[in-house]
Ligand binder design. Structure first.
Ligand code: AMP
Length: 204
């Protein structure tokens, strides 16, 4: 009988080549993220009154990418900081305020036009770029010494945001920041809100 052929031993595996360290890829975009969002804000002249250039954010809301960019852009400036509550101003401030509260693990507190909130309220008067009005917040919405960020879509003269802050102070909270998607710098709202920190994504 022929001697059984000796099985050849498999060659030892080669030592793996040294792996290069993982480096985050460089992303080059034709425009910055906020410039991408700026292109999605529509100017509507003479709305809601003659002489007002209304900044319509609905095209930005319709773009999932733009909505992420502005929400992340605001959230990253407050992440890791002590924020107990986001106060969102009716109506467009609700859109950004609610999403921001979820991102920052904070509670959301709505500030509304008169007569909309069902329980007992605190109320303040305010003057905005195009109206004179009041704002209300449910009594007991803000915990004593809570750190609060006031959120709205547009900062114009700052009257609305200042009134919302007054409601927070009435209930014993501290406003540690204001956040807006759009800032109309030429109307001086930021100066009215200083020295409290003011964050915005797209300035005109
Ligand atoms: P103000 O109190 O003057 O800062 O006005 C801010 C509030 O009015 C925000 O709730 C905005 O939504 C709204 N607003 C004022 N001016 C404009 C504008 N030019 N375009 C869009 N919204 C505006």
């Amino acid at each position: 009988m022929p001697a059984e052929k000796k099985k050849k031993k498999p060659a030892p595996a080669k030592a793996p080549a040294r792996l290069a360290p993982v480096v985050a890829p460089t992303v080059t975009q034709p425009v910055s993220s906020f410039e991408y969002c700026r292109a999605l804000i529509r100017d509507v002249p003479d709305f809601p009154r003659p002489g007002i250039m209304f900044k319509d954010i609905t095209p930005l809301l319709a773009s999932p990418r733009a909505l992420h960019i502005v929400l992340d852009g605001i959230a990253e400036r407050f992440i890791g900081e002590h924020v107990d509550a986001i106060v969102g101003i009716e109506a467009r401030g609700f859109i950004f305020g609610g999403a921001l509260a979820a991102r920052l693990n904070a509670s959301f507190v709505p500030v509304r036009k008169p007569g909309k909130l069902p329980a007992s309220v605190d109320r303040v008067e305010m003057i905005t770029e195009y109206s004179r009005d009041s704002l209300e917040m449910h009594k007991g919405s803000i915990r004593e010494s809570a750190h609060v960020v006031v959120v709205d879509d547009v900062l114009a003269t700052g009257g609305t945001a200042k009134a919302a802050a007054e409601l927070v102070h009435k209930q014993g909270g501290y406003v540690v920041g204001y956040a807006f998607v759009v800032e109309l710098g030429f109307l001086g709202g930021r100066e009215r809100l200083l020295p409290v920190r003011v964050e915005s994504c797209i300035a005109y």
